[in-house]
Structures are given as structure tokens and as C-alpha cells.
Ligand binder design. Structure first.
Ligand code: GLN
Length: 483
């Protein structure tokens, strides 16, 4: 029926008007999964029966004449580092291969209150460490636009599933770009909320001071609806913000007249792909034509963001991953005593990249190196935050590329972790500063690969970046291209 190609808001209209049923919609997306999944590999687990049962309940509600919410009956997928009660949550790691959480993450609880149809759990780089989904302990996810290329990461399964029509929307997580970069590689919309806007309770921790959960969708309207359903204070997460949550659908207005958009010169880095640069500059011209004012700005400490991130994130990861010791959670590999059991478990069950980061993190935190590395990184983080505070005195939002290139080839960077880390140059500063960012499709390369730009907002001002993104999207024709 081709329902899998539509946005959540289009499908909502059809469901509410009884033109389609939730069962038909679910069957259509499941059929699409059957056709596409062997090539794409977006999922780690498909919860077919649960999905069909959920769709049936929604249809019963509709037939009783009850009103349905914006996401009711809409198929969705959840990144596999977000806890789902009774459904395996592996973080794409062998160490959690058989871990079934006894509780739902707060976002899953909140989303469930809207009765979407959860199709299953989607792939990621192990523990969300990576930018290509090649670090998954199970399989590599392919980019639906070109299956010889990566979908980005770490939420590569989420973005690929949305782009391939294997779900209508997905939840991802973003510690250093993991929602925005795969969204840009797969030609979909991805939003990382302000740190604290969305509860992290039940998100398996990678780097706790940077992690945020957010939506990956076909267009900006769906993004606003999904953010509405998951945002808000949570007493189970002491870092979640108590600030009131606006209705983000109120920002779906086409108007950027007088909006001051900052263009940071440091984000147009050396080695950036010329086609990506052109597409992003074109987007600024579109904004200008729509009545926005483009102002060149400087974020002077940007060049230190990668090294700062790659000290702080591994330091927090090394600490967070201590709990996988063969005792408290997940897999165990025996040994003659406890120490050997722990060593065997961690050596065998963690992948290469996770081990690399645990080593970097512990090194940066160790006595003698703490001041030189970890503490120094925290200080630079403050300078990066200050750059943004200063810039936002003169502009309302900041526009930048999401990534320096379009999707790269599978295997192209695996042997060179540093090169892979450099990919994160445009995304990690926001996480270090805790700011919201949305990646929006803005064109294609000559090889037909999607390109995205990001809009960065002031803390807790997702509303303005959503409005600007919506305005851009309405004037263009790049969103919702299912392949
Ligand atoms: N690519 C970055 C990393 O490898 C970001 C990952 C993320 O945001 N989870 O850490």
C-alpha cells in the first residue's frame, strides 16, 4: 500500500479519518521490513507479535469512536541502548547479549502513553561508541541510499530504518553526534535536545554528562510531535530539567523574518567535502531569501572540541562500564578466581573500540595524568561553553554543517580510529555545551548521497530551531525521501 513511505502526521490523519487501520499500517511496515531488512540490517530484534497486538488495541479504540493521540498506532523503533521491559536491550554488545531489563526507560514509558506500535530494537555502535554502526557487536547496518556505505552512527539502525521505510520514526541517543550525523547521512531529520530536556533514566550510560535521547523522523513536524511525547522533568533523573516544556508543535510555523542566524567560520574545516560545504552555504542563502539575517560569528575554541570530547567521553565511559564485571549484569566467562573471571568476561565480550575507550578513559583519570588530561579537558569544556554563550548574545540560532562529509564507504575508516573521531568535529561541541541541535536534509551529492546541516539553539530553546528547520523544510523538497 506504500503507507511505509508516509510521515507520522500524514498517517495520523488517515487513521483518525478511518481511511486506514493501525493493523493495515503495521502490516505494511512489517512487509517492508521483510523486503528490505536482509539488505539493510537496521534491527537487532523485531517484536512482530507485540506490534500486531498493539495495533489491534488502537483499532479497537478508534472503532469505539475515541480520539487518538498524534503518535497512536504509528510504528516506531527504539535504539537498543534504551531499556525496554521484557525486551532484550543489548547495546549491540556481546556483554549484554541476553540482558532483558526489568523496567522501561522513562522515554519508553512516556512514549507508550501515546500508544505507538513498537516494531523492535535497532542497531548501534557498541554502547553508542562510534560514528558508523560498524562497531556493533552483531552486524553492520547499511545506508539505504547506498548499501556499500555506512548509515552513520551510533544511531545508524534508527536512521537507516526511518530512511528505508522500515519504521515511521525512531528514538536515538546523542553523546557526540549520534542522532544528528546518522540523520544527515540517511537524509532524515534528527534532533538532540538540550541536556536535561529528556530523561536519561533507562538509557544505558555511555558518557553521562553528554548523553541525550531524541527523535529521528521523516520531517520536522514528526520531530516536534515525538519530542513533545518524551520531554519533561523526571524525578528518576536528577539531571533532568525542571523547566516547563512548551508544545513544540506550536513552533511549526513558516517564519524566519528577522531571525539572526550565526555562521561559525570554524565549522567549515579543512578537508571538508566541497559539495557538503556548497549545500550548507546554499541553505544559508535560502534562509536569507526567507528574511533571516546571516551573521558571521566565531567560536574560537572549536579546534579543541574533539580532543576535549575524546578525553571526557572515554573517562566517563570507563567509569560507567565498570559495572559489566560478569557479576551484576550480562554475560560471564569463567576463570579460576574472581579476578580471572572478570578479566576473561571483559576481554572476550567487549569489542575493540569499547576496550580502546576504557583504556583511554582510565589513563586520563589515573593519578599523575588526571590534572594533565581529564581536569584540563573539563576546563576547555568551560571555554567551549563560553564561546556559545558569547555568540548567542548576538544571534538567535547557529547554522553549521552536521558532518564534514556525506556517508563514507563501509570499512573506509575502521583501521584509522583518529580519522573516524575527526568526523565528529561539528557535532561534539554542542554536547560539551549541553545545547540542542537539529539536523535537516539540505541536498544530495553528485553520487546521490544525502547532505544535512544543523541548527544549534540556546539552552532549552528547541522551539526556535524547530521553527527555523520547519521554515526551511517547507521551502524545499529534501525531507521524507524513503529509499
Ligand atoms: N561518534 C561519537 C563517538 O564515537 C559520538 C557517539 C555518540 O554520540 N554516541 O563517541
Amino acid at each position: 500500500m506504500g503507507l511505509y513511505k508516509k510521515t507520522a502526521h500524514e498517517l495520523h490523519e488517515l487513521l483518525a479519518a478511518k481511511e486506514i487501520s493501525a493493523a493495515e499500517l503495521t502490516a505494511d511496515v512489517l512487509k517492508r521490513i521483510d523486503e528490505r531488512e536482509s539488505e539493510i540490517g537496521a534491527y537487532l530484534e523485531i517484536t512482530r507479535d507485540k506490534a500486531q497486538a498493539a495495533a489491534k488495541l488502537v483499532d479497537e479504540k478508534i472503532s469505539r469512536g475515541e480520539k487518538i493521540s498524534a503518535l497512536e498506532g504509528i510504528p516506531c523503533a527504539i535504539k537498543d541502548n534504551i531499556c525496554t521491559k521484557g525486551i532484550r536491550t543489548t547495546c549491540a554488545s556481546k556483554i549484554l547479549e541476553n540482558f532483558v531489563p526489568p523496567y522501561d526507560a522513562t522515554v519508553v514509558k512516556k512514549l507508550s502513553a501515546q500508544n505507538p506500535v513498537v516494531l523492535g530494537k535497532v542497531n548501534l555502535d557498541e554502547f553508542a561508541m562510534g560514528g558508523s554502526t560498524e562497531n556493533s557487536g552483531f552486524h553492520v547496518t547499511k545506508n539505504p541510499h547506498d548499501i556499500t556505505r555506512v548509515p552513520g552512527g551510533s544511531s545508524g539502525g534508527s536512521a537507516a530504518a526511518v530512511a528505508a521505510g522500515e519504521t515511521i520514526f525512531a528514538l536515538g541517543s546523542d553523546t557526540g553526534g549520534s542522532i544528528r550525523q546518522p540523520a544527515s547521512f540517511c537524509g532524515v531529520v534528527g534532533l538532540k535536545p538540550t541536556y536535561g530536556r529528556v530523561s536519561r533514566y533507562g538509557l544505558v550510560a555511555y558518557a553521562s554528562s553528554l548523553d541525550q535521547i531524541g527523535p529521528i523522523t521523516r520531517d520536522v513536524t514528526d520531530c516536534a510531535n515525538v519530542l513533545n511525547s518524551i520531554a519533561g522533568h523526571d524525578e528518576m533523573d536528577s539531571t533532568s530539567s525542571a523547566a516547563a516544556v512548551p508544545d513544540f508543535t506550536k513552533s511549526l510555523i513558516s517564519d524566519v523574518k528577522g531571525l539572526k542566524i550565526g555562521l561559525p567560520k570554524e565549522y567549515f574545516v579543512k578537508g571538508m567535502d566541497a559539495e557538503v560545504e556548497d549545500a550548507v552555504i546554499n541553505a544559508t542563502k535560502v534562509f536569507e531569501n526567507l528574511g533571516a539575517e546571516i551573521i558571521e560569528i566565531s567560536l574560537p575554541h572549536t579546534e579543541f572540541a574533539i580532543s576535549t570530547y575524546y578525553l571526557i567521553a572515554p573517562a566517563e565511559a570507563a567509569t560507567n562500564l565498570e559495572r559489566y564485571d560478569g557479576v551484576s549484569y550480562g554475560a560471564r566467562v569463567d576463570g579460576v578466581d574472581v579476578v580471572e573471571m572478570m578479566t576473561n568476561t571483559r576481554s572476550e565480550k567487549f569489542g575493540e573500540e569499547v576496550k580502546r575507550r576504557i583504556m583511554i578513559g582510565n589513563y586520563a583519570l589515573s593519578a599523575g595524568y588526571y590534572d594533565a588530561y581529564y581536569l584540563k579537558a573539563l576546563k576547555v569544556r568551560t571555554l567551549i561553553q563560553k564561546d556559545f554563550t558569547d555568540a548567542f548574545k548576538n544571534v538567535d540560532v547557529i547554522l553549521a554543517p552536521t558532518a564534514p562529509t556525506a556517508a563514507f564507504k563501509i570499512g573506509e575508516m575502521v583501521s584509522d580510529p583518529l580519522k573516524m573521531y575527526l568526523q565528529d568535529v561539528c557535532t561534539v561541541p554542542l554536547n560539551l555545551a549541553g545545547l540542542p541541535g537539529i539536523s535537516v536534509p539540505c541536498g544530495f551529492t553528485s553520487q546521490n548521497l544525502p547532505i544535512g546541516f544543523q541548527l544549534i539553539g540556546k539552552a532549552l530553546d528547541e522551539a526556535t530551531i524547530i521553527r527555523a528547520a520547519f521554515t526551511y523544510e517547507q521551502s524545499q523538497n529534501f525531507s521524507n525521501k524513503v529509499v
